[in-house]
Design a protein around this ligand. Structure first.
Ligand code: ADP
Ligand code: MG
Ligand code: ZN
Length: 611
């Protein structure tokens, strides 16, 4: 559109210029030109009525109503000239001489000279504009890639779509009220938070909650991810921040949501590498913008992170993200509520009760639960069902937990036998250890990367873990490997993952939880920026201590091994029974598995109690 206009203007100027040149070249004046002596003779004959002088050019009106032109030299006065030609003073006085400023002269003279210049100018302008068009594209790097949800958006998200996280919702309710009626708060001189920081592990609903605040208050929602600020070009991040806030301020009151703020908001000055400076500038710009705007205009910045520990302390200073809201993983009631929300637009079978599903999904995040119901719907569709039944939902729990079943991954007879004993070993030890979670399912159908699996599920949500529980976990983990060694006098690669987990757990127990022997933690973790997600451990202990730590880890693993070995030898015949059942049925559910142990007394768990 703009281009077209410029083109038209260009052609217009071109045609005009050509016309002007033509006009100035041809003389359209038809009056006769005479020379001075002729004029003098006409004056002497009394034929001239008046003379108009205009610079070099004179126009004489004659008595016979015609006009003639005469050229004289510049700077020469007409009266002087006439005197020189012997015209008497009376005759000169009788002439009506009018001297006018020369006007069109200049234009007439300069136009032909100026036109090419003008033309060139127009051409330059034209090309310049075109080039700038490309420039604008290059400059748009500095524009933020913000995604905007306007107010009154269709199917907007409100607090109704967020289950659980009650405290977080309460905390944010205040923000909603302010956005809906800022005047009320300002009138009372209330200070409104500029920034709210949502913290929680992935999938706990941070993004969802931020959206819900905007939806509830019915204000625009600007969504950008921390990583989107930083690009190849230095300085882009800062200019994107400026752009983002410029856009937001225009639409206030509104919510600016910066997802994954840890991507730019990591502690400054703690790393190396090129991207570091860029991040620092971006973070500085965010701080500048947040300090700069008047809280009364109603731009509230909501940021989300799952790594609050790495955030720059400057972000947490008053006047910035001073409201901090933690989102926890949902407990059993919250899980049920989340499942209900996501089951709303899915046809469930009549008998489906979501409570047992919530019971079986400890540790699931809101996102996991949403995914679970989605998987169940897909499974039901694949089975040509019109409703989702409990069976599909339960099967999907395993899929979400362990990855899809790999029926195509067929083990040969020998591998099957090894896997059956390996899993039977895990399951037997888990069953016989009172502090281990009860066995939920054992299977030798491969899933994800594992050849088989033993699923243990806690009976209730737990927030504290005791040493006895960890010891039981260790024993269960090494049991697979031990069984292979005991039965086949050899070990396979199938146990490597178990041992990796066991080693890591033992290491954590000693270093982080002081469950070895020492009352202190070792090796504080810190983030090294230039390695991205890599976590680097700061070695805050001596070589001698390192040796001691190694010994403690080893002793924990040894203890676990002894415990497991004891159980495996004591209940050797049970091991054979479980393994042969697995070979036959491939999968044992909780009840089937428990029924194999009817004849023996299983020790019960003792609660932690006072000595
Ligand atoms: P986060 O940003 O914390 O990683 P999201 O907000 O992106 O998590 O959550 C992903 C999805 O999980 C949401 O779109 C929603 O479907 C579901 N979800 C998470 N938490 C909840 C919740 N409390 N109530 C309802 N749905 C939830
Ligand atoms: Mg998110
Ligand atoms: Zn194993």
């Amino acid at each position: 559109m703009k281009r077209l206009l410029i083109k038209n203007v260009f052609w217009f100027i071109l045609i005009l210029a050509v016309l002007a040149i033509l006009m100035s070249t041809f003389n359209f004046d038809t009056s006769k030109t005479i020379d001075i002596s002729e004029l003098v003779s006409k004056i002497k004959a009394g034929e001239v009525k008046s003379i108009e002088v205009e610079g070099q050019q004179m126009t004489a009106s004659l008595n016979n109503e015609t006009q003639v032109k005469i050229f004289k030299e510049e700077g020469e006065a007409l009266s002087e000239l006439l005197k020189n030609y012997d015209v008497s003073a009376e005759q000169i006085a009788a002439l009506n001489i009018q001297i006018s400023e020369k006007q069109n002269d200049w234009a007439a003279l300069l136009l032909p000279a100026l036109l090419p210049l003008l033309l060139l100018g127009a051409l330059f302008y034209f090309f310049f504009r075109q080039a700038q068009g490309q420039n604008i594209k290059a400059m748009s790097f500095g524009e933020s890639r913000v995604r905007e949800t306007p107010k009154n958006a269709k199917n907007k998200i409100t607090f109704k779509d967020v289950a659980g996280i009650k405290e977080a919702k309460e905390e944010l309710h205040e923000v909603v009220e302010f956005l809906m009626n800022p005047k009320k708060f300002i009138a009372l001189g209330a200070k409104i938070p500029k920034g709210v920081l949502l913290m929680g592990v992935p999938g706990t609903g941070k993004t969802l909650l931020a959206r819900a605040v905007a939806g509830e208050a019915n204000v625009p929602f600007f969504h950008i991810s921390g990583s989107e600020f930083v690009e190849m070009f230095v300085g882009v991040g800062a200019s994107r921040v400026r752009d983002l806030f410029k856009k937001a301020k225009k639409q206030a009151p509104c919510i600016v949501f910066i997802d994954e703020i840890d991507a730019v908001g990591r502690q400054r000055g703690s790393g190396l590498g090129g991207s570091h400076d860029e991040r620092e500038q971006t973070l500085n710009q965010i701080l500048v913008e947040m300090d700069g705007f008047d809280p009364r205009i109603g731009v509230i910045v909501v940021a989300a992170t799952n790594r609050p520990d790495v955030l720059d302390p400057a972000l947490l200073r008053p006047g910035r993200f001073d409201r901090r809201v933690t989102l926890n993983l949902p407990d059993i009631n919250e899980r049920e509520a989340i499942l209900k929300i996501h089951a709303k637009n899915k046809p469930l079978g009549k008998g489906v009760n979501l409570r047992p599903v919530a019971e079986r999904t400890p540790g699931f995040s809101g996102a996991d639960l949403a995914n679970l119901l989605n998987e169940a719907a897909i499974l039901a569709a694949r089975r040509d069902k019109h409703k989702i039944e409990t069976q599909e939902i339960f099967e999907s729990i395993e899929k979400v937990l362990l990855g899809p079943e790999r029926k195509s991954h067929i083990l040969n007879e020998h591998e099957k036998c090894i896997t059956a004993y390996h899993e039977a070993g895990h399951a037997l030890v888990a069953h016989m250890m009172p502090h281990a979670d009860p066995v939920h399912k054992v299977s030798i159908i491969s899933r994800g990367l594992a050849a088989g699996y033993t699923m243990k599920l806690p009976t209730e949500d737990r927030y504290l873990h005791s040493r006895s529980e960890f010891m039981a976990d260790l024993a269960v983990l090494v049991a697979g490997w031990l069984t292979e060694k005991m039965i086949f006098n050899d070990v396979t690669t199938g146990a490597s993952n178990d041992l990796k987990h066991a080693t890591r757990l033992a290491c954590q127990m000693v270093k982080e939880y002081s469950m070895g022997g020492e009352l202190r933690t070792f090796g504080e973790r810190e983030d090294m920026v230039f390695l991205g997600r890599e976590i680097h451990e700061r070695k805050d202990y001596s070589e001698k201590t390192a040796e001691k730590i190694d010994k403690e880890i080893e002793s924990l693993l040894n203890k676990a091994e002894k415990t497991a070995e004891q159980i495996l030898t004591d209940y050797r015949e049970k091991l054979d029974i479980v393994a042969s059942n697995l070979l036959e049925k491939e999968t044992l559910e909780r009840k089937e598995f428990a029924s194999l142990f009817k004849d023996i007394k299983v020790p019960t768990k003792t609660k932690i109690s006072k000595k």
